[in-house]
Every structure is written in structure tokens, then in C-alpha cells.
Design a protein. Structure first.
Length: 368
């Protein structure tokens, strides 16, 4: 789908990590079995959220799978049934639309070999729509919504709301996530899950826009933030509000086991926002370029947290590592930069009451 949820195995705990891997492998095998090996390329972390949402409402359904190179030649229990098939169908349809978009824009590999890209897109769209039909729903709703995107973008200008631009994405993801309730036999969950999907689509679109902002500005490509004059701070606020809305909507859903869905759609989505915007409180939106909430004083003035990463070489990184150890930055500074990569890292959070299996109902910052 979008690739914005990137779970960390160290944050998830053993039980949720195992469940997450079951959905990932189940989706991959479902794609292989129904649509061929090439279709496994669309396996993604965001797509397995669909499978996880179905299982969270209906109960666990697993089978044993043989060794796989991507699992270190280990066997595993993988998800089977309608949830994995729905995730595969949605991912195929959205991937086909993304390829078509690249072909139309003339960018990426698909843009360079347009005829091949269109052929793959048509094949995946046909197969995804076929699986959706077998499951009893019409995925053309998603297709129609996403294909409205160019028209919506053409009508957006300075002063327009950026939410007008994100609406087609929101509609497509709302339909996909809401459909999990139908597949699971929980019609009462449809509306809150559609709200979850709508807000997830909003966050995904905005994060994608922010990540591409500098590149789009440099090459003159269309970007929703540039086209509508929306500041990065406003995009950040909209993302934070969307995650708060997702948390509330999930509270209205009747789940059998909500832990993995809560982890992915609340905590890991918050992590994605932090990765792109940095960790800031809601009321802090200083003018100018976004900055990390870096303590940056005293012994912690070095190394600085940079908005644009500035990786260090081997020896400089070793020096930074030793200095950070000696000044307790790994355990006390929050956030702190990676000594070599310069990536933002979260410090220890002793105040968090989220356990490793995310079985809380808290309003804490992303648990580490």
C-alpha cells in the first residue's frame, strides 16, 4: 500500500512479533498461490494490516509453512483464509494503480518501460479485482477513488485545503479497512473501521508528501504541500490529530484480540510520524524548517540532532559513540542521534506503562 508502517522487532515483543510475521508470510504465500511469484513483489507491511484487522475480529487461523529463505530457511505458522486473501487483493489493486501513475508521470522503472509497466498493472488489477469478487465485494470502489486523484490535483491551488487532495486516498483506504468487518462477520464494526481507514489514508498521503517535499521542490514536481501552500507544521498537526482519531475509533470496534492492530495502527503509526517530523509536542510549531526537540545543551550539545541526516564515518562515529556513552546519552537523552547513522533514536521511557505485547489502553507516547 504505502510502506509507512515499519515495525521494529525490538518494540513489538516476542508474541506480537510472531503474529506480525504470520500475517506477513501469509499474505506473501496467498499472493504466490493465487497470482504467481511475481505478484509477491507487492507484499508490504501496510497491507498486512488488513489481514491483522480481519483476524483481530474473527480469531486466529493458521497453517504450517515450509522453510523460506526470507525467514532464514525456517518453517513458520502463517495466516490463512479470507484475511490474507483480502490483504493480497487490496495490495494488488493499489500496486497496479501506483504503477499506472508512474507510467503516466514517466518516472521510476515503470516510467522507463511504459508498455511493460502497463501490462503488469493491468494483470495485477484484473487478478486483484477477481479475488475481491470471490470474497464478495467490489474493489472497483477503490479503483474509482484513486483514479480521481489527477482530477483532484488539477483543481487544487494555493489556499486550497490539503485535505481535498488526500480525499481519494482516504476513500480508498476507508473502503479497504471497512471491508475487514464484513469479511470477519462483524457488520457493526464497519463504520468505525472505515473511519480508521480514512484517517490512516490521510496520514499516509501526508507523510509521503513530506518525505518527497525537498526532491519535488528541486525538480519542480507536483507536491500537495507546495501546491496548496500547506506548511509542514500543519501537515504534522493533521497527522497527530488523525492518529488521535484512529485511537478513538478503535475503541468503538468490537475485537477478539486487538493488541496487534492497536500496536500497528497507533504506536507504529506514531513512530512513522516521529520518523518524518521528529518528536514534538502538539503545541510546538515554530516558524521555519521543522527541528527535532533536541535538549542540545551542556554535555549533550554534541552530537547535534539534524533535520537532514549527516552520517559519520567509522572513526568519527566511534568517537561519538564513546562520548555518548560517557555522558549517559543513550539512557537519558531523548531523542538522541545515532553515532554513525545520525538517525533519530528514542531514549528509554521509564514512564511508559505499555507492556511488550501492547495490552494497555493508554495514551502514552510510542512505547519502546
Amino acid at each position: 500500500m504505502f510502506g509507512i508502517i515499519r515495525p521494529c522487532r525490538n518494540r513489538m515483543g516476542a508474541e506480537l512479533r510472531s503474529a506480525w510475521l504470520s500475517h506477513l508470510c501469509g499474505m506473501c504465500l496467498s499472493l504466490r498461490d493465487e497470482h504467481g511469484h511475481l505478484s509477491r513483489l507487492v507484499t508490504n507491511y501496510d497491507g498486512l494490516m488488513i489481514s491483522a484487522a480481519v483476524e483481530a475480529q474473527s480469531g486466529v487461523s493458521r497453517r504450517s509453512a515450509g522453510p523460506c529463505a526470507l525467514r532464514g530457511m525456517k518453517s513458520a505458522d502463517v495466516t490463512i483464509g479470507s484475511g490474507a486473501r483480502l490483504a493480497a487483493s487490496v495490495s494488488l489493486v493499489l500496486a497496479s494503480l501506483k504503477i499506472e501513475d508512474h507510467v503516466d508521470d514517466g518516472d521510476g522503472l515503470a516510467g522507463r518501460v511504459g508498455w511493460a509497466g502497463r501490462a503488469v498493472a493491468r494483470r495485477w488489477a484484473s487478478k486483484g479485482l477477481g479475488t475481491a469478487s470471490d470474497l464478495g465485494f467490489d474493489a472497483s470502489v477503490m479503483v474509482d477513488a484513486v483514479r480521481r486523484q489527477p482530477e483532484v490535483e488539477a483543481g487544487a491551488g494555493l489556499g486550497s485545503s490539503v485535505l481535498l487532495v488526500t480525499e481519494p486516498t482516504e476513500t480508498a483506504t476507508a473502503f479497504a479497512v471497512g471491508q475487514t468487518a464484513i469479511i470477519a462477520g462483524r457488520p457493526g464494526n464497519v463504520e468505525p473501521l472505515r473511519e480508521v481507514g480514512r484517517l490512516f489514508g490521510r496520514v499516509a498521503h501526508l507523510i509521503d508528501a513530506v518525505e518527497d517535499l525537498e526532491e519535488d521542490r528541486a525538480c519542480g514536481a507536483w507536491n500537495p504541500l507546495l501546491a496548496t501552500g500547506t506548511p509542514v507544521e500543519e501537515a504534522h498537526r493533521l497527522c497527530l490529530d488523525a492518529v488521535a482519531g484512529i485511537r478513538l475509533a478503535l475503541g468503538d470496534v468490537e475485537f477478539t484480540d486487538a493488541r496487534l492492530v492497536h500496536k500497528l495502527l497507533v504506536h507504529e503509526l506514531e513512530e512513522s510520524i516521529i520518523r518524518v517530523f521528529g518528536k514534538r509536542r502538539r503545541h510546538e510549531y515554530p516558524a521555519g524548517k521543522p527541528r527535532w526537540s533536541d535538549p542540545g545543551s551542556g554535555l549533550w550539545a554534541y552530537p547535534r540532532l539534524n533535520w537532514q541526516r549527516q552520517p559519520r564515518g567509522c572513526f568519527e562515529g566511534c568517537g561519538a559513540f564513546l562520548y555518548m556513552c560517557g555522558t549517559c546519552q543513550f539512557c537519558c537523552r531523548d531523542p538522541f542521534p545515532g553515532p554513525w547513522s545520525d538517525k533519530r533514536r528514542d531514549g528509554c521511557d521509564p514512564g511508559s506503562d505499555c507492556g511488550p505485547n501492547c495490552d494497555c489502553d493508554c495514551n502514552c507516547c510510542p512505547c519502546d
